[in-house]
Design a protein around this ligand. Structure first.
Ligand SMILES: *Cc1c(COP(=O)(O)O)cnc(C)c1O
Length: 399
């Protein structure tokens, strides 16, 4: 029998785990560190001779289970090996990737019409001596010219479909050009998810996610992911940078993300169907001047989207003939659709990029990239499509 200890010690000591069978659902491990059975085992784990957990900034079972699931999802249907790292947010994924791969003096090649936070972050890296060259990544000639002119480019970062104007860039073309000019290629695949688009299979080196959006889908956790196929690079550089920068995901957020992913296929199917119906409705409406949805034949990169995506996702944006003023009236007249500054959740949500998500992007850059003041972004949810369409229509009647 164990020696009886005093109540003040009993309270402090870790409780005995009475589990005798495996739980069916992945448990949350809210622990900062892990116990070693002996000092020899501790040394072996620290030295990498034996697998094991040490400290949750380096690794946590709940977090790793989801990172592994995402990596398998990323390359489904192929023999390509993939490794995943789950991070504290989508932004943490970008920061970690850039800090891991680039040095002062290196450059990034990207496009200005992406997630507003990414544009701002890349701008902020300039103070560390990492500058970004902006170009139109849908234009192969412009991309090659930029890579030739700036031999310091080490990373080509693309978002496709891009937030909020929905441009689609040819991922295979970008990956090929990046490799030719000795740069890495990374794709922000947040809008598509690995179910609709598989960047690693198209030749890219990395897929990046804000899992906060579609992968979780329920809007209750912030997390991000980096998926890559070079195991050594993932382990030695990216995982290491994550540990040192402390950009690791929390087990709670990982667990909520784990719950969300289970229904991803069902949700994406409904998002795609509903968004296509909304896009068709808006395209035919006399008050609407433009609809940006990759699934429409009128989308300038519809052919590219069709080539690299299995379906076109739940995101679209549009403009009214009445411009900004009409857009504001329309958004204020919505009854069913809330105004929420996020995307990829179950509910349909509207947002005004120029005043919200992209307000810190200089107006001239917004204009050059189709982020006009009158542009409205819709994250089309999985509700009954009739309810979504009826709300859109009744609000249009109020303009
Ligand atoms: C939300 C989002 C991000 C940032 O992710 P967080 O999880 O909010 O840090 C990056 N890229 C895209 C396309 C996004 O939608």
């Amino acid at each position: 029998m164990k020696k009886a200890i005093r109540p003040s010690s009993l309270c402090v000591h870790e409780a005995h785990d009475p589990r005798s069978t495996q739980p069916h659902v992945l448990p949350i491990y809210p622990t900062a560190s892990y116990v070693f059975e002996s000092i020899d085992q501790g040394i072996d784990i620290f030295a990498g001779r034996q697998k094991g957990h040490v400290y949750s900034r380096y690794g946590n079972p709940t977090v790793e289970a989801i990172a592994d699931k995402l990596a398998r999802l990323e390359v489904h249907g192929s023999e390509i090996p993939a490794q995943g790292i789950l991070l504290s947010s989508g932004m943490a994924a970008f920061t970690t990737l850039v800090m891991a791969l680039l040095n002062s003096g290196d450059k990034v090649l990207s496009q200005a019409n992406i997630y507003g936070g990414t544009t701002e972050l890349l701008g902020a890296f300039a103070k560390l001596g990492i500058e970004t060259v902006w170009t139109d990544l849908t234009d192969a000639r412009a991309v090659e010219a930029a890579l030739q002119k700036h031999s310091e480019i080490r990373l080509v970062l693309v978002e496709s479909p891009a937030n909020p104007a929905m441009q689609c860039a040819d991922i295979a073309m970008l990956a090929r050009l990046a490799r030719h000019y000795k740069a890495y290629s990374a794709v922000d695949n947040t809008f598509a998810t690995p179910l609709l688009q598989q960047p690693l299979l198209l030749g890219a080196d990395f897929s990046l996610y804000s899992t906060t959006k579609y992968l979780n889908g329920h809007g209750n956790a912030i997390a991000g992911a980096i998926i890559g196929k070079d195991a050594e690079l993932m382990q030695k550089k990216i995982w290491k940078t994550m540990c040192l920068n402390g950009t690791n995901a929390s087990p709670w957020e990982a667990w909520l993300t784990a719950n969300g992913i289970k229904t991803l296929p069902l949700r994406m199917k409904q998002h795609c169907e509903n968004a296509m119906a909304v896009a068709h409705f808006l395209e035919k409406h006399p008050q609407v001047s433009r609809v940006n949805y990759p699934g429409l034949l009128t989308h300038p990169q519809h052919d590219i989207a069709k080539k690299q995506m299995s379906s076109f996702g739940g995101m679209l944006s549009f403009e009214l003939h009445g411009g900004l003023e009409a857009g504001i009236k329309w958004m204020n007249a919505l009854r069913f659709i809330p105004l929420v500054p996020t995307l990829g959740e179950l509910e349909t949500m509207a947002l005004h990029p120029a005043s919200m998500s992209h307000r810190n992007i200089p107006p001239e850059i917004r204009k050059q990239n189709g982020i006009t003041d009158g542009l409205i972004r819709l994250s089309v949810g999985i509700e009954a499509v009739e309810d979504i369409l009826e709300d859109i229509e009744q609000a249009l009647e109020k303009i």
